[in-house]
Design a protein around this ligand. Sequence first.
Ligand code: WTA
Length: 567
Amino acid sequence: MSNIISYEERLKNFSWKAAEEELEYKEGNVINIGWYCSDRICNMGKADKTALIWENMAGVERKYSYNDLRLTTNTVGNFLRELGIKNEDRVCLFMDKIPELYIGLLGVLKIGAIAQPLFSAFGDESLFVRLDNAETTAVITQKKHAPKIRKIMNRLPNLKHLIIVDHDPAKPLGPGEVVLDLHTMPWVDELEIFPTKAESPSVLHYTSGTTGQPKGVKHVHYSLISQYLTTKWVLDIQDDDIYWCTADPGWVTGTSYGIIGGFATGATSCVMDVGFSADAWYKFIEKHKVTMWYSAPTAIRSLMKAGADVVKKYKLTSLRHLASVGEPLNSEAVVWSEKVFGKAFHDTYWQTETGSIMICNFPGMKIKPGSMGKPFPGIEACVLDTETFEPLTESGKIGLIGFKPGWPAMMRTYWRNEATYQNKFKNGWYLPGDRSSIDNEGYYWFVGRDDDVINTGGHLVSPFEVESALLENEMVAESAVVSKPDDINMEVVKAFVTLNPGFEGNKDTELIIMNFIRKKLSPLAMPQEIEFVPNLPKTRSGKIMRRILKAKEWGEEIGDTSTLEDD
Ligand code: WTA
């Protein structure tokens, strides 16, 4: 049962110390997320409690108790240490949503190494830039994904180990390849946990920006404080909850809440390694009696499309609380969920860089469908004037979201890119790069991003990355990548291309170019359409103006183009 304490009550005398005390952490002491997510729960007398329920496409189910989680993460930690992996070495986790991914990440953290999760659908070039930038020492992966790493390994001098979790013993291993098979090896009881401190690095997540290569967002072990508290207070996770976070740990929601939050609170987490289908999802909720469901607007819109009749086929009465993240949650989706599940999805807003939920519809708070809610207690937020970066006081006015730095899960820097990190601050505020307004009751209303990054189905795509892939094709002279509207994914990727002389823009050309970039990009970043144009709109200095192309796609006013920007 929920024992919700109101938002107003939570705001009173708020201090992050509340979480520190619950976690028995004192400033200056050791704090290790891997230990908190497994050993500590066992020490609390919950060793036999189910930590993880996992199910795949074939209906195979596996369960891990908190003691299993402790032992398997110890085993991973021990294995890595014996390989020579040291604290702060980067270890990439490149796997589907299999138990080894969840266990592997905590094992890496236990020895003080930095976990670098990467989405398993990435192509080899996307992988290369991220592993190259992080100077990653080891990659833990499945045999089905290993070929992508093998292909780039010789260009990555720092990458010493390719660790395969499901190697077929009949097959030979290549140079640098080793096997870590938790199904066949004995589990290790004792592991000396590395004494990480609050500021020791923990997770390195790559996120896309408008310009330049993806940036590595560096988090630290102290992030646990806000991840733990928001999991309890916003996702309302309690001891007896069966919690399903649908996000992939290749992205921040899948780690902050799909791994860390769920295990640190000692709840039972469920993972389904199956693509989307309304029937499969509802069946999963029914079978495992999911009580708390954290998902994303694109999935919710897909469920809406599947219709209310499918819902009726399943008994979903276990559901107690629903929340959403990643993109704007349209009011229709909130109203619909209330109608069909008897529970409204609670929107939450945050990003890779913030590490934990920043603005949310707190449990028990009045929901205004379409609004992101209010700042989490302890988060000082505002919207800022776009020129002066002073907080706007007038309600309803649109400005840039600003957060006062200092909450525990805030990123500490962009990996090897301190200058870009510093650029995210203006006038003492951290700017996540989104625009919003605040109404007269303090509710935030998302307006849009303040840059050209495309949010397709909750996944951020850098136009730069797609344009770079396109430009590598010999036919392509220039390209500009923007978003276009889409019913389910809210926005999808569209490319405008000019061709080199001698090439003709037709369906065959489109197909050849699509196949060419498919190898370089994640499926999520793939354009839905390539439009061939004779030329692209540019500033006087020659910079391509995506803004104009985007406005056309969205049927918006293009604005004044007589004085093209000069930068
Ligand atoms: C967008 C995902 C509207 C926003 C946790 C943000 C949202 C970016 C919401 C972060 C929301 C996230 N409403 N937009 N509730 N949540 N966004 O880094 O533009 O993958 O900056 O982190 O997604 O995406 P990221």
